[in-house]
Design a protein around this ligand. Structure first.
Ligand SMILES: Nc1ncnc2c1ncn2[C@@H]1O[C@H](COP(=O)(O)OP(=O)(O)OP(=O)(O)O)[C@@H](O)[C@H]1O
Length: 288
């Protein structure tokens, strides 16, 4: 693909994602005909109504949806078009390459804070991806890297020996973010990274993401799902808006909201004019 050959971290071409039929539930198309490109060094914000397909896209682009299915979990599959991430065609990515692929993509799932392993300390949780990659990794270097990440997400080092149940939801969210970033990924896919985090720390999380982008000179890119406009203004070069599984708009925040052609984007713009910074109250979207 042309984009991938030029080092674009994400190239989506007419991408359709579907949850296969399971039990009594029929197959469900979650995302339809999505075409977009994330440029090297770009942070793309992703907004959209509830159920518009944001988390589904994050699961697929991070490679999480390609992992072995556990229990009754139903994963989305690519049923049309192409998704190329970091030069890999996800549709045909061999299972043996998935592990390596996932080392290069930091993924913060929507439920990350709630699903941290309860029996591990913060230090163990954040350091785990390093040990998964290299069991013999120098323990002192590991401790330093983990402490650096904990500091980067503005948590005190006294948290390192704590268990998830001893932390607040916002602190757990930041532990999950530290874990997603610990391997120094080329791409971060973050599903509501500031959910549950109080205002003062939200700024710090936005700052961390923009620092990574600025410091890594085009080698760090991100897809950030968020309804938090101040966070997107700080971090995102452009935003894409999804509505009911389709792309409703894409451009800089100003381009998208100053000339909203799509009814859902118009409603978002109206909410912003009304002074709302966090716009998830529009989740149902207007009737078209
Ligand atoms: N496991 C599943 N099986 C079948 N359909 C699913 C499954 N998970 C999600 N869906 C459906 O796929 C669509 C997209 O869901 P998704 O979670 O990606 O939306 P979203 O934009 O992230 O929403 P939210 O903002 O509420 O998190 C929805 O219609 C949802 O009901």
């Amino acid at each position: 693909m042309r984009g991938a050959a030029h080092g674009f971290p994400i190239v989506l071409s007419d991408l359709t994602l579907e949850y296969p039929a399971h039990g009594a539930s029929p197959a469900h198309v979650a995302l339809h005909g999505l075409t977009l490109t994330v440029e090297p060094g770009e942070v793309l914000g992703l907004l959209g109504s509830a159920g518009s397909g944001k988390s589904t896209l994050a699961k697929v682009l991070s490679g999480a949806a390609l992992e072995q299915v556990r229990g009754g979990d139903v994963r989305p599959v690519i049923t049309g078009g192409e998704a190329n991430v970091l030069g890999h065609r996800l549709r045909t990515l061999p299972k043996r390459k998935l592990h390596e692929f996932r080392f290069h993509v930091g993924y913060l799932p929507q439920d990350a804070a709630a699903t941290l392993p309860p029996d591990r300390t913060v230090a163990e949780i954040v350091g785990e991806p390093i040990l998964e990659r290299d069991r013999r990794y120098n323990r002192r270097a590991l401790a330093t890297r983990v402490a650096t990440m904990i500091d980067a997400v503005r948590l005190p080092l006294s948290m390192l020996d704590k268990f998830p149940y001893e932390l607040s939801g916002g602190q757990r969210q930041r532990v999950a973010l530290a874990r997603a970033l610990v391997l120094g990924p080329a791409l971060l896919v973050a599903d509501e990274p500031t959910a549950g985090i109080d205002l003062t720390v939200r700024d710090a999380v936005a700052q961390l993401i923009s620092e990574l982008r600025d410091r890594e000179h085009g080698t760090f890119s991100a897809l950030i799902i968020s309804h938090d406009l101040p966070v997107l203004r700080r971090t995102a070069d452009r935003i894409a808006v999804l509505d009911r599984g389709e792309l409703a708009a894409i451009g800089t925040i100003d381009e998208v909201f100053h000339d909203p052609g799509h009814p859902y984007v118009m409603a978002l713009a109206g909410a912003l004019d009304g002074g709302h910074a966090v716009i998830d109250e529009l989740d149902e979207g207007p009737a078209v």
